[in-house]
Design a protein around this ligand. Structure first.
Ligand code: PGA
Length: 252
């Protein structure tokens, strides 16, 4: 079982899916289904859906967040969005460093580090994603890759500043692939992260830190991950797009 002192978080990542009408219908159906859960239920939605979904989710278990932001407070950055704009629209958290941002949009650890810092200033809970590629795993570099991503993405921040941080371990080869990590592989990676952060920051911080697993999570495998001692929740992509599968994962 995951640790009794850490909050279990089930987070959905909608990526670039759902129109306004689809989102409203989804949320109206989801809210009563997850009302009794003791878990935290997060949904990271497209920017234009944040405000209406936040309004609709008031007084429910569902918290709304964003999937990305820029590191500046404002400026001439056509097409970008600032953390304070997300906060104002009703976002509570923001996903940073998702592997699609790292690989399709060339985001570096240094850039992600600046975003984590800005998210904290803007009062958004950072949900930092890390994970190795298939080649890195096959080359035996998983531990080194995870440690470097953590070190460089969290550079210059202390345990107090990072007290609301959530980490998501998402092996790149498992995302959107129908090829999830085994619970044992995920547990091992989570422990690497927790041990590294014990060294890098301190033990108390590392013990209270919520670490999610993500990568082809489905209702059929969710429980097997949550049974691992260092897995505190899940980041769900594809299976968060259907009320049926997402609510099953939350309530399992
Ligand atoms: P998936 O996506 O559940 O569709 O594999 C996870 C993610 O990208 O966060």
């Amino acid at each position: 079982m995951s640790h009794p002192n850490r909050q279990c978080v089930i987070a959905g990542n909608w990526k670039m899916y759902k129109t306004f009408d689809e989102a409203v219908a989804f949320l109206k159906e989801l809210i009563p289904l997850v009302q009794e859960t003791s878990r935290k239920v997060y949904l990271a939605v497209p920017f234009t859906l944040i405000r209406p979904m936040h309004e609709l989710a008031k007084d429910s278990k569902v918290e709304i967040g964003a999937q990305n932001m820029h590191d500046s407070s404002e400026g001439a950055f056509t097409g970008e969005i600032a953390g304070k704009m997300l906060k104002e629209a009703g976002a509570n958290f923001v996903i940073l460093g998702h592997s699609e941002r790292r690989h399709l949009f060339n985001e570096s650890n240094a850039f992600i580090n600046k975003k984590v810092k800005r998210a904290i200033i803007d009062g958004l809970q950072p949900l930092l994603c890390i994970g190795e590629t298939e080649e890195e795993r096959e080359a035996g570099k998983t531990e080194q890759v995870l440690q470097t991503q953590l070190k460089e993405s969290l550079e210059g921040l202390d345990a107090n500043q990072l007290k609301n941080l959530i980490i998501a371990y998402e092996p790149v080869w498992a995302i959107g692939s129908s090829n999830p990590a085994t619970p044992e592989i995920a547990q091992e990676a989570h422990l690497i992260c927790r041990n590294f952060l014990t060294q890098h920051l301190n033990e108390e911080f590392a013990q209270q830190l919520v670490i999610l697993y993500g990568g082809s999570v489905r209702p059929q495998n969710a429980k097997s991950f949550l049974e691992q001692v260092d897995i505190d929740g899940l980041l769900v992509g594809g299976a968060s797009l259907s009320v049926d599968s997402f609510s099953k994962i939350v309530n399992d």
